[in-house]
Design a protein around this ligand. Structure first.
Ligand code: ADP
Ligand code: 5GP
Length: 206
């Protein structure tokens, strides 16, 4: 993690959103964010935001489905046009939430789930304090390393880099003090039930 956007969107691309319909899930790489987000999309009537990234697609990933895959120049251009609600550089690549995703959720009247890193989560909470931010944690270091390796999507060096950043990411989230809940992802079914319950409680309050 190196740098992150700090300037909020304004002008013609500014979102009209209070944050009450936003759910952020952050946590170390390999904590299970994508797995949980997919399960939530099945269980709850919410939209999962599609981020833009300069990271190259992994095998099986599709443009416009898993991410909008952009060149560094395209990303920079959109950044200059204030077209990201938040953005950050993570593991040497840029990632950002397009403003259009907020608009898509607003029009559909559904909640929008953002699966983003802690730098992005902090930016969202600053702009939208009413957003619900959940920090997903692995049960322990050994399990995290195993899950990262078993996923098979990164080289052994990249697995190590992600593992090494895990503690920093959790520390940053706790220091920022803006995550509303922490959930330990041990048994997947239990984790999903817990996250569903947190979201439903928020929905009732909204
Ligand atoms: P993230 O999106 O946070 O990087 P993933 O959702 O890709 O993490 O999960 C990392 C790996 O761990 C995947 O192979 C996934 O299938 C597996 N996984 C996720 N949650 C669990 C769980 N509760 N128990 C066992 N394996 C899990
Ligand atoms: P991956 O390359 O494994 O898909 O994602 C790497 C990290 O980038 C994960 O922590 C993921 O949550 C984060 N990420 C994905 N999309 C975004 C985004 O739009 N903004 C931010 N800040 N982080 C993102």
């Amino acid at each position: 993690m190196h740098e992150a956007g700090t300037i909020g969107p304004s002008g013609p691309h500014a979102p009209s959103c209070t944050g009450r319909n936003l759910v952020v899930i952050s946590g170390p790489s390999g904590a299970g964010k994508t797995t949980v987000a997919r399960a939530l999309a099945d269980r709850l009537d919410l939209l999962v935001s599609t981020s833009a990234t300069t990271r190259p697609p992994r095998r099986g990933e599709a443009d416009g489905v898993d991410y909008y895959f952009l060149s560094p120049q395209e990303f920079q251009q959109r950044l200059a046009e204030n077209r990201f609600v938040e953005w950050a550089e993570v593991f040497g690549h840029r990632y950002g939430t397009p403003i259009e995703e907020l608009e898509r959720a607003r029009k559909s009247g559904r909640m929008l789930l953002l699966e983003i890193d802690v730098q992005g989560g902090i930016q969202i909470k600053k702009k939208f304090p009413e957003a619900l931010a959940i920090l997903l944690l692995p049960p322990d270091d050994r399990t995290l390393r195993e899950r990262l390796s078993r996923r098979g999507t990164e080289s052994p060096q990249d697995v190590e880099a992600r593992f090494a950043k895990a503690q920093e990411e959790v520390r940053m989230a706790r220091e920022a003090g803006c995550y509303d809940a922490e959930v330990v992802n041990d048994q997947l079914a239990k984790t999903i039930n817990e996250v569903v319950s947190i979201i439903l409680t928020r929905r009732k309050q909204a």
